[in-house]
Design a protein around this ligand. Structure first.
Ligand code: ADP
Ligand code: MG
Length: 260
């Protein structure tokens, strides 16, 4: 499962700048009395491609969901593109408009066409004129290589195609950061590559990305940093070669021995 998307990745545009895109400091989160995230410190620079790995239940989804406030943190600080995520709704709106998110389950609206799925938020949230939103949607549907599906409904597409629509739909909001939460985990093996290829091309264009994924081939080919989480903490992080070939912590070694 892990040897996908390793061929010919063009790293020439994948430059990491000094600019900080996301700054998380001593962030803690509880679900009721359950302490799910502990003292998370993470700085993401513009242009970084970060892969988050770790066992099920380690807090990966919760961490990235905190970055666009799908979950609320209770202590510490999260700053995205210079805006702090707190209770201020204006800040939350601003950050959501800059951060795109793609989930394991594509969450497309079944009663809307592919084109309508892609234009809904730009028209109603961004107030973009319909014609312009449609042109943008077609541009991104071409990018994910399914423009011919524009007038179909999600149920008429394969899982891999639906996930590419979900990515295109996110891109239509022109995000500066993309978060992926196991985008290929619900897909049949033959569809995983087409979705990973889409993510590779985004990375090649310099998108700042945080990807929770078990696709270690993708991590090796695209990531500049792999973060390993366990029990609500970032246990270890390193560039992919060092991470895979020379893990430091026992928990990381155990995890890698189970998935590689
Ligand atoms: P991962 O994505 O690494 O599998 P999650 O972030 O989904 O981990 O979950 C981390 C822990 O928090 C798990 O123990 C999970 O059961 C728990 N959890 C997740 N969401 C909720 C929730 N809404 N309420 C209570 N506990 C939750
Ligand atoms: Mg998860």
């Amino acid at each position: 499962m892990q040897q996908q998307a390793t061929e010919t990745v063009d790293r020439s545009q994948m430059q990491v700048s000094d600019e900080v895109a996301i700054q998380i400091t001593k962030m803690n989160k509880w679900y009721g009395s359950f302490h799910v995230l502990r003292d998370i410190d993470l700085t993401v620079h513009r242009g970084e491609r970060i892969v988050v790995a770790g066992p099920s239940g380690s807090g990966k989804s919760t961490m990235i969901r905190c970055i666009n406030r799908l979950e609320e943190h209770q202590a510490g600080q999260i700053i995205v593109d210079g805006t702090e995520l707190g209770s201020d709704l204006k800040n939350i709106d601003k950050i959501r408009s800059e951060v795109g998110m793609v989930f394991q389950h594509f969450n497309l609206f079944p009663h809307l066409t592919i084109l309508e799925n892609c234009t809904l938020a730009p028209i109603w949230v961004r107030k973009i004129p319909k014609k312009e939103a449609e042109a943008t949607a077609m541009h991104f549907l071409e990018k994910v290589k399914i423009p011919e599906q524009a007038n179909k409904y999600p149920g008429q597409l394969s899982g891999g195609q639906q996930q590419r629509v979900a990515i295109a739909r996110s891109l239509c909001m022109k995000p500066r950061i993309m978060l992926f939460d196991e985008p290929t985990s619900a897909l049949d093996p033959e569809m995983i590559k087409e979705v990973l290829d889409t993510m590779v091309s985004l990375a090649e264009e310099g998108m700042t990305m945080i990807c929770v994924t078990h696709e270690m081939g993708f991590a090796q080919a695209v990531a500049n940093r792999v973060i390993f989480m366990d029990a609500g903490q970032i246990v270890e992080q390193n560039e992919p070669n060092a991470f895979f070939n020379n893990p430091q912590h026992e928990r990381t070694k155990l995890f890698l021995s189970q998935i590689l």
